[in-house]
Ligand binder design. Structure first.
Ligand SMILES: [Zn+2]
Ligand SMILES: [Zn+2]
Length: 288
């Protein structure tokens, strides 16, 4: 990896967001690259789908983020664009019971014809939901959800209904009223109360987005050793670290693969921690 000549100093990229994501994304890019952000706010990103489910999001997070970034590039006329997409659910690596926030940040450069994607999977999130008949059922949940510094969404528990979603709920009186009305309107007498994951009302999510933006900035500052295009970085981890006792390959990561945003050049690097063997306890033969 060598430092790029930094083609993004004093350039401007369009960020498509209506939920204040520039608060998390602009600074890392300005500090690391000298790249400025202009925010395309007028674009209704909800048309690409909403978190609360009124409009279904179609496509992978990567596809949605690319579509979003292109909307901002089109409306601003800029060849550089950015967009973020988050997904929330059980943590795939830790446990079904641990919620996770997977943030993806896409950067498009139409002049160099590259799409650079950076992501971050974090177990640090307030993501969650609960059904409730009244405020009294929510004591524990409100603590986990970091209410009221983080907003909530309330709707009838039996499903989505036009005009029946209370978003951005950040005070106890509004919450009580929303729970009362939604539970009364629901066939099962319950209100659905969930965390509002929109970035402008969720400081914890903004932190993860900022971390992802730092990673993206680092990647854009690194150029491909073969073609010199920016966006060089980690692509995947490969298992196969040999067992210390029998030398058979294990599922433990053996090397990290780095790749280019444009050409097919790849480099395999050994583990950063210098470990050369897996424990026999991690071996399918020694410890079946
Ligand atoms: Zn390359
Ligand atoms: Zn073994």
């Amino acid at each position: 990896m060598k430092e790029a000549r930094n083609p993004y100093r004093d350039r401007i990229a369009a960020l498509t967001t209506k939920h204040g994501k520039e608060r998390a994304i602009a600074r890392p890019l300005r500090v690391a690259l000298g790249l400025a952000i202009t925010v395309e706010k007028k674009i209704d990103t909800d048309l690409l789908g909403t978190f609360t489910g009124e409009i279904e999001r179609v496509g992978t997070p990567r596809e949605i983020a690319i579509r979003k970034a292109r909307l901002g590039m089109k409306s601003s006329g800029l060849p550089l664009g950015l967009a973020n997409e988050g997904s929330f659910g059980p943590h795939p690596a830790i446990s079904w019971f641990v919620p996770s926030d997977h943030e993806m940040l896409v950067f498009i450069d139409d002049e160099l014809d590259i799409i650079v994607v950076e992501s971050c999977l974090s177990g640090v999130t307030n993501y969650g939901y609960q059904s409730a008949q009244s405020l009294g059922d929510l004591e524990c949940f409100l603590r986990q959800a970091d209410f009221p510094s983080h907003a909530l969404v309330v709707r009838p528990n039996d499903g989505l209904r036009q005009g029946w979603v209370f978003k951005g709920v950040m005070d106890i009186d509004t919450l009580e009223e929303a729970v009362k009305r939604c539970s009364a309107a629901s066939s099962d007498g319950l209100a659905y109360v969930g965390t509002d994951m929109r970035a402008h009302v969720n400081p914890t999510r903004r932190k993860i987005i900022r971390h992802t933006a730092c990673r993206l900035a680092r990647r854009l500052a690194s150029s491909c050793p073969s073609c010199g295009i920016p966006g060089w970085g980690w692509i995947q981890s490969e298992p196969g670290l040999p067992c210390e006792a029998c030398h058979a390959p294990t599922e433990v990561i053996q090397q990290e693969i780095f790749g280019c945003a444009r050409c097919r050049y790849l480099e395999a690097k050994p583990r950063a921690d210098g470990r050369e063997y897996a424990e026999p306890g991690q071996c399918p033969y020694c410890n079946p």
